[in-house]
Design a protein around this ligand. Structure first.
Ligand SMILES: Cc1cc2nc3c(=O)[nH]c(=O)nc-3n(C[C@H](O)[C@H](O)[C@H](O)COP(=O)(O)O)c2cc1C
Length: 201
């Protein structure tokens, strides 16, 4: 059986992005093994605009869409289909100003949709995405994991959880801007964790 992994990359630094280095390690390891099919989506190279009232209106217009609304709705529909077609969601994410890149937020704004990936019930929201797991590859200049300053990991986990993806593993590469020694050690440790995760897929 093939495991399909969707790798979302979101660094503004292209090939110099450290989170892209982590994603590339994952892809290399996945490609070296049988039974894993890796697809990459770079949300910076293929940047989405901010979600606005016209696009929201296109979702709500459902069957009675104009040609313009069809094109707007297609953005989200393409991304939803891609998400549904994969078993593992790998999110390579740099920390920018204590949060996720706005390009990655724009991606979440297209896939976190009531009626599509979650719904509201009398008991609160219920995720509609079943049987998937997520791996977060987090690259950071400083060290924030497990502290109150880390508003990034809880946010990502909450968004994934809302869709029903509760099995989430985080690999941190922290202290990347704290000197060469810190950086090399953090990347080495993160690579080992990635290799183990790919091994376990
Ligand atoms: C605009 C910008 C904002 C940043 N803000 C933070 C931050 O709030 N906390 C932090 O630890 N590192 C911060 N950094 C450093 C990055 O997290 C670090 O360079 C990491 O490697 C970025 O991932 P990337 O190389 O994949 O883009 C920032 C870097 C940039 C370019």
């Amino acid at each position: 059986m093939t495991t399909r992994a969707l790798i979302i990359t979101s660094s503004i630094l292209a090939e110099n992005g450290q989170s892209n280095t982590l994603a590339n390690r994952f892809i290399e390891q996945a490609n070296a093994r049988n039974g894993i099919e890796a697809t990459q989506r770079d949300v910076v190279k293929n940047a989405l605009p901010h979600l606005d009232i016209n696009e929201l209106g296109a979702w709500q217009a459902a069957a009675e869409r104009t040609a313009e609304q069809q094109a707007l709705a297609a953005r989200s529909e393409t991304l939803l289909a891609e998400l549904r077609a994969n078993d593992v969601l790998v999110i390579a994410v740099p920390m920018y100003n204590l949060g996720i890149p706005s390009q990655l937020k724009a991606w979440f704004d297209r896939v976190l949709r009531a009626g599509e990936t979650f719904r509201y019930t009398e008991n609160g929201p219920q995720g509609l995405v079943e049987g998937k797991r997520a791996i977060i590859l987090a690259a950071r200049g400083g060290k924030y994991a497990g502290t109150e300053m880390d508003s990034q990991t809880p946010h990502l986990k909450a968004m994934l959880g809302l869709m029903g993806i509760k099995d989430t593993h985080v690999v941190y590469a922290e202290g990347l801007n704290m000197g060469e020694q810190h950086r090399d050690a953090a990347l080495k440790e993160a690579f080992q964790a990635i290799d183990q995760l790919v091994e376990g897929l």
